[in-house]
Design a protein around this ligand. Structure first.
Ligand code: LLP
Length: 442
């Protein structure tokens, strides 16, 4: 079924049908004309905490996680390792840890967050290029579940550190399957040109090399081809490439325990029609069941965006309206410092009113921040009825929102709140100016 929330007005502006958009979102809806997040009125949230404000729905996070568990339940051994980089707030991690999630990390900082939030190190996979000996030591001491290794030199470092600690390090090699993920080039990772993974052609010899290292235990094979993929075909293509390798490895006596297919399943920001988790599972399961039957292989997945994006919104207030002869600018209290996705990837995210404005006329606005950069926009050419003081919601902001926020222009990062069935609580206080110069000296 195709989905239409967005249309163009006569002058080419983007009009988003906020009702249709929110009808398709779980736990984000209008009640009595006011936007609610997990049963909490945006009015209450704005009055209590101010703006800009990130709000996450606990129940949406859980529903999105559960969709993975249920869709892949035909397999005996599945680990959903939530990609921490999407949203690393401790409350988000704790919610998912309690539900049984594992985690995909790319730094020791992320590992520390997972442990602090009550996550199990044994269910953590450590991805990322360029792990240092000290990172590896911390991860091994914590009892990490698996290193997703991206280079032969990394294998040597892991082996050496493991030897010093008298441990054996569980590893998977991250294969670059050279498939086109058909997504934005900045978030595509599985092609020859990308810095990620070990090339498919040399993968078998890399495994042979790993086999010869005394303190390495080969446990899996891994790939992650990119992010915000809306079709399942690239995942199926990547799986086929990995299966070729698994067969070849088996023939050489290298037996694996799991296959990790990374993250990357896309979400609807405006009116994309990404495959659902269920469709994603249906496309992969026949092959995965065959791998389970043949080799006893379990499955790891590393979804980030798909769990967190539509569980969160960024609430932001109109501070200044600046109509000009060519363009109308609505200057918000959020900017690229709080949400960089539009500036960095030209991503188009939905910007909707938190309540109707019956006074102003609809006009075409560029929704911008106050940061001194022309790339500082949150949305361009949006058809909205706006007045100073109105609060807008940017949906899809639960992933790669706060985690990519910065203090550029000395802007304290926003407060984060978790909403849960009509209740709400702060899960990160708004930064103060003192926070921003802590550690500096004159
Ligand atoms: N696993 C690995 C090894 C990854 O590199 C990533 C994301 C994921 C899992 C999770 O991917 P997801 O399921 O969230 O698509 N900042 C960009 C996205 C960068 C993704 C980087 N890697 C954005 O805002 O679109």
């Amino acid at each position: 079924m195709t989905f239409h929330t967005a249309s163009q007005t006569i002058d080419g502006a983007l009009h988003i049908d906020a009702r249709t958009l929110t009808d398709a979102l779980d736990f984000i809806d209008y009640q009595d004309d006011i936007l609610h997040i997990d049963g909490v009125s945006s009015d209450t949230l704005v009055q209590t905490y101010g703006t800009p404000l990130y709000v996450y729905s606990k129940n949406a996070l859980l529903a999105n996680y559960t969709a993975y568990v249920e869709s892949f339940s035909a397999l005996n051994d599945v680990q959903i390792c939530y990609a921490v980089k999407a949203n690393s707030n401790l409350a988000v991690l704790a919610t998912l840890a309690k539900a049984g999630a594992g985690f995909d990390i790319v730094s020791v900082g992320e590992l520390s967050r997972v442990l602090k939030a009550g996550g199990d190190a044994g269910r953590v996979v450590y991805s990322g290029v360029g792990k240092t000996a000290s990172d590896i030591k911390v991860a091994l001491e914590a009892g990490i579940g698996c290193f997703n290794v991206e280079a032969l030199s990394e294998l040597d470092t892991i082996n050496a550190v493991a030897q010093t600690l008298g441990k054996t390090a569980p590893i998977a090699l991250r294969i670059n399957p050279d498939v086109d993920a058909k997504t934005h080039p900045y978030i595509s990772t599985g092609m020859k040109d990308n810095k990620f993974g070990i090339a498919h052609d040399v993968a078998v010899s890399a495994y042979e090399y790993a086999k010869g290292l005394a303190n390495i235990e080969i446990v899996g094979i891994d790939c992650h081809i990119g992010s915000q993929l809306t079709e399942v075909k690239p995942f199926v293509d990547a799986l086929d490439k990995v299966i070729e390798l698994i067969d070849e490895l088996d023939a050489r006596g290298i037996r694996l325990k799991h296959i990790d297919l990374g993250g990357g399943l896309g979400v609807r920001y405006i009116d994309e029609n990404p495959a659902s988790v269920h469709e994603f599972a249906e496309a992969l399961l026949p092959k995965l069941l065959a791998l389970q039957a043949k080799y006893g292989l379990g499955l790891h997945l590393e979804p980030g965006r798909n769990i967190a994006a539509n569980a969160g919104v960024l609430l932001t207030k109109v501070d200044v309206l600046k109509p000009t002869e060519h363009k109308n600018f609505a200057i918000m209290d959020a900017s690229m410092s709080e949400l960089i996705r539009p500036a960095l990837y030209e991503s188009v995210m939905a910007i909707i009113p938190t309540k109707p404005n019956h006074t102003a006329d609809v006009a075409t606005w560029d929704i911008v921040g106050t940061v001194c950069e022309s790339s500082d926009f949150l949305g361009k050419d949006r058809a909205l009825a706006l007045q100073v003081g109105d609060v807008l919601a940017i949906t899809g902001a639960g992933a790669y929102g706060f985690t990519m926020a910065s203090n550029y222009n000395t802007r304290p990062r926003p407060c984060e709140v978790m909403a849960d069935g009509g209740l709400h609580r702060v899960v990160r206080v708004r930064e103060t100016l003192e926070d921003l110069w802590r550690g500096e000296s004159i």
